[in-house]
Design a protein around this ligand. Structure first.
Ligand SMILES: Nc1ncnc2c1ncn2[C@@H]1O[C@H](COP(=O)(O)OP(=O)(O)OP(=O)(O)O)[C@@H](O)[C@H]1O
Length: 240
């Protein structure tokens, strides 16, 4: 079995407050792995450690068999943070150009990736507008396009569809499934149970601990629940 991301006994505190406690998880190549849990349960803190943005933690994280944080692995990860890190004075296209240039893509590939990513999130008609004139949902979509710009092997998306309307959410999830079929590995955090259903495997997080994990079907069978909300409650979580 080839695992792309392996976390062992990961713990993290802010001051005296422990926000992650002995997290173990292993994400397989080519799967969509969901982290689901209520606000404040530790999902963002965990994904920041997985992508190497936070090195101040106890335990071990390996990505592509390399201990994190690692500069070499960074370029193989596309990370979409919860808050958009965009340049409001620049247009959508200029933002994409800027991030593409960081990865030193050749001109032709850069244009091709920008066109692909913009089309994926349905921003092509808005590329020449300044980002300051974008709605919240458009900014999320641009952030997702940026995470994809360098065609990374691994995508880590922190609540990628917040503020995005249901139709586009569906089309983004369809594309995430396509990326998975291409062999990419995806980690997605969400509050939304119907999105969790689309993941191959899930870890349910509560108060910094993984309370249960497995495929949506396995979890529903194990907890004799008709939906994932029921699993979460029975596994010891509150309502998400
Ligand atoms: N820089 C920080 N300093 C102190 N506490 C922090 C910091 N960042 C996060 N926390 C705390 O860590 C806990 C976990 O936060 P985190 O953002 O990881 O949760 P989350 O599950 O991603 O929530 P949400 O779904 O709202 O984004 C929370 O109690 C939060 O207040």
């Amino acid at each position: 079995m080839s695992f792309t991301i392996v976390a062992e006994q990961v713990s993290k505190s802010f001051g005296k407050k422990e926000v992650l406690s002995n997290i173990d998880l292993a994400v397989k190549k080519g799967e969509i792995y969901g982290l689901i849990g209520p606000s404040g349960s530790g999902k963002t803190t965990l994904v920041r450690i997985l992508v190497g943005m936070d090195s101040d933690f106890a335990g071990k994280v390996n990505v592509l068999d390399v201990a994190m944080p690692s500069m070499d692995v960074l370029s193989k990860i596309g990370y979409m943070a919860q808050s958009d890190a965009l340049y409001p004075e620049l247009t959508g296209e200029e933002n994409l150009q800027f991030f593409a240039s960081l990865y030193k893509l050749k001109k032709e590939e850069r244009q091709q990736r920008i066109a692909y990513a913009a089309e994926l999130v349905q921003l092509t008609p808005h590329l020449s507008k300044k980002v300051m004139a974008y709605s919240g949902g458009m900014k999320r979509r641009l952030s997702l396009a940026i995470a994809l710009i360098h065609n990374p092997q691994i995508l880590v998306l922190d609540e990628p569809t917040v503020g995005i309307d249901p139709e586009l959410r569906l089309s983004i999830w369809n594309e995430l499934s396509e990326l998975k079929k291409q062999g990419k590995t995806l980690v997605v955090t969400t509050h939304v149970m119907d999105e969790a259903e689309k993941c191959d495997r899930l870890a349910m997080v509560r108060e910094g601990k993984i309370i249960t994990s497995g495929s949506p079907l396995e979890l529903k069978q194990q907890y004799e629940a008709k939906d994932l909300e029921g699993v979460f409650v029975k596994a010891g979580g509150k309502r998400v």
